[in-house]
Design a protein around this ligand. Structure first.
Ligand code: GLC
Length: 422
């Protein structure tokens, strides 16, 4: 169903060296910094400090220098606070850079940006080595910190999932954007023919947000949203299933209805503003359980739609339901596609060369999932999980465990750095 559109990770997934490791995660809406302590015992993993901040919107279309200076400055502040004046002279800190955008890897700790997604638009950075940019900014600040790994968020989540449970072979992010990665046999990856890894496996970052097929149920709202976005004709799947876009699809439906009828009263100028309705508001509308739908009324008022009757408020809930249900079901189809590819859907898999026993025996399979959309929007999560059971069937579903992985991408990336030290 999906093809890896650019890169394969060659990760040892060997655990690991005790010590303190840092991770910086540049996602779509937030950036996170955290510190992880690993002890002697395999099970000793202590996430000591986590900072999570919204990415200031002006940085998304600034310059490479401004963006990386800001990240280096934030790291410096984090370290100062957390080391609290203790003498750290001569201590080199190892950093994982979780960078949630498409990268062509040149090594575990370097890679060039292929393109921006999720509304970022710093064109001078395309083609540049992202880890080098961050290292340069850290050096300019005189921070003794080494960018030891450049990791996609899905790969970080897979690493943490694998650390806790070696049956984890797929990781998916449903956040501002959406993407998946999975563990593939090296000989099944055409790009990597002849390459040997000790485990015989590799992590493939699919960048599935860019998946496209004429079978996707695309509506005129999707087409308009895409055409008016900063990355038109790109990331078609992501635009139907991820947190950055669901709110805007709902907004477009309400706008069209208010243009075509008078049920919403006079047309609100606010409603014409792209992205004015956020997906967290869609979730709040959808999950409003007050008898008079007061939360729905409040959110509609914020976008200039006041005093609509209960019947119309119910209609708005229905719109959110339809858009989110479609997203959840498409997301489930994506996961089922991966399970089919690796022979974990009960069918034996698309890739030839699997042994008979592999085909016949359904193995326990863990899918690690993270991202704000999945964590915070209950109805999205329920639709996704319900559809996955529907596609796989009750029997196979018993072997497929979907596990939430909070901060998995950052913590898992730090673990990868630890594994590189050994
Ligand atoms: C976007 C990025 C991808 C990332 C995903 C989830 O699709 O291109 O690299 O994994 O968002 O954050």
């Amino acid at each position: 169903m999906f093809t890896s559109n650019h890169c394969c990770y060659l990760l040892p997934l060997l655990w690991r060296e005790k010590g303190t490791y840092y991770a910086l995660h540049l996602g779509g809406t937030y950036f996170r910094i955290l510190r992880v302590l690993l002890g002697d015992q395999r099970s000793y993993l202590d996430v000591q400090d986590v900072e999570r901040h919204p990415i200031p919107s002006h940085l998304m279309n600034s310059t490479s220098e401004v963006l990386f200076n800001f990240l280096a400055f934030s790291l410096e502040r984090f370290i100062e606070k957390e080391e609290n004046g203790s003498d750290s002279q001569g201590v080199r800190r190892e950093l994982a850079f979780t960078f949630s955008f498409p990268v062509k890897h040149t090594s575990i700790s370097s890679g060039v940006l292929i393109k921006w997604t999720k509304g970022f638009e710093i064109s001078e950075m395309v083609g540049q080595d992202i880890a080098e940019c961050l290292q340069g900014a850290l050096n300019r600040r005189g921070l003794d910190m080494h960018v030891a790994a450049l990791v996609n968020d899905t790969v970080g989540a897979l690493s943490l999932g694998y650390y806790h449970d070696p049956d984890t072979v797929v990781a998916v992010v449903f956040g501002t954007g959406s993407n998946a990665c999975y563990l593939e046999r090296t000989d099944a990856i055409i790009k990597c023919q002849g390459l040997l890894t000790t485990s015989g496996s590799m992590v493939v970052n699919m960048e599935w947000g860019n998946f496209w097929s004429s079978h996707l149920p695309r509506t005129s709202y999707d087409i308009d949203l895409d055409a008016e976005s900063s990355n038109a004709n790109d990331m078609g799947f992501e635009k139907m299933i991820s947190g950055m876009y669901l709110g805007d699809i709902v907004r477009r439906v309400i706008l069209r209805m208010s243009e075509d009828s008078d049920i919403f009263g006079p047309i609100s100028p606010v409603l014409s503003e792209p992205y004015v309705l956020r997906t967290n508001s869609v979730s709040a509308i959808h999950e409003d359980d007050t008898p008079e739908l007061q939360e729905v009324a409040r959110i509609l008022k914020d976008i200039g739609v006041s005093d609509v009757p209960l019947k119309v408020r119910k209609l708005v809930v229905k719109i959110c339901d339809v858009v989110t249900r479609r997203a959840g079901r498409l997301a489930a189809a994506g996961i089922a596609g991966i399970l089919k590819k690796i022979g974990r859907d009960g069918s034996g898999g698309i890739t030839s060369g699997r042994s008979r026993s592999e085909i016949q025996m359904q193995k326990r399979t863990v899918v690690a999932v993270e991202g704000g959309l999945y964590m915070n929007y209950t109805m999205f999560r329920e639709y996704m999980e319900e559809a996955l059971v529907e596609i796989l069937g009750e029997e196979v579903s018993q072997y497929v465990v979907v596990k939430a992985m909070e901060d998995g991408s950052s913590i898992g990336s730090a673990l990868l750095v630890a594994s590189l030290q050994s």
